[in-house]
Design a protein around this ligand. Structure first.
Ligand SMILES: N[C@@H](CCC(=O)N[C@@H](CS)C(=O)NCC(=O)O)C(=O)O
Length: 224
């Protein structure tokens, strides 16, 4: 089984972390997005959209990180995607929340315009409007997440770790790139710390953390 991914990709990190946490027999094939390896004919034959992650299991190809997380959980009988109906749908609910509206506000509006060089063409007014929309959405969703974790944690679906935690932690920490202030959300901070302590964290997040550190250092340098 192969996982085509790039640790620099927010959608790849949850899957890489799951694989590392449970030491799954999955070969990691790095597709370097910065080097456009996702646009080679070979990779486009695997996924015509040219996006990562992609899982390949004996001829069965699968895109979409949420689907891959579910597939791996069921395939390897992992405890992170419960089989009891309501517990399972609760995980689906939180996955959908993170990957749809939360990502649109916190990632696409709040972070990417200030992170991705390919969005540098956006005019300053558009960037300011997107930042304002992002700030509104991040605050709305993170305050609800914070209360939820404080009252029903320690994980986003309750007492047990689930694949929603893997997807969520990647999307929430994305905003570290733009030095997002997490201090109003202590339960979220405690949850992030809990996830950082897991065995699979470094395999998934070391590259992104290095990028965040480098970006901070570059911002701190006095202009020449
Ligand atoms: N909804 C998809 C998103 C996949 C996606 O857009 N991945 C990005 C990296 S996070 C990508 O491959 N971008 C390259 C491109 O669009 O060319 C998922 O959750 O897997």
């Amino acid at each position: 089984m192969k996982l085509y991914c790039d640790p620099i990709s927010t959608s790849s990190r949850p899957v890489i972390m799951l694989v590392a946490d449970f030491d799954l027999p999955v070969e990691i094939v790095t597709i370097n997005l910065f080097a456009d390896q996702n646009q080679t004919p070979d990779f486009l034959a695997i996924n015509p959209l040219g996006t990562v992650p992609v899982l390949e299991d004996d001829g069965f190809g699968l895109t979409e990180s949420a689907a891959i997380l579910k597939y791996l959980s069921v395939r390897f009988d992992l405890p992170v995607y419960p089989s009891e109906l309501q517990a399972q749908i609760r995980v689906d609910e939180m996955l959908a929340r993170f990957i749809s509206n939360f990502n649109a506000f916190h990632g696409i509006c709040g972070t990417y315009p200030r992170m991705l060089p390919q969005l540098a063409w956006l005019n300053e007014g558009t960037k300011a409007d997107m930042a304002a929309l992002g700030a509104y959405g991040s605050a709305r969703y993170l305050s609800v997440l914070d209360r939820r974790l404080a009252q029903h944690g320690p994980f986003v679906c309750g007492a047990e770790l689930s694949i929603a935690d893997y997807a969520g932690v990647s999307l929430v920490t994305l905003a570290e790139f733009v030095e997002f202030d997490f201090s109003p959300y202590p339960a979220v901070q405690a949850w992030l710390a809990r996830m950082r302590d897991r065995a699979g964290w470094d395999a998934a997040f070391a590259g992104f953390t290095g990028m965040v550190t480098a970006a901070r250092a570059a911002r701190a340098e006095p202009a020449a």
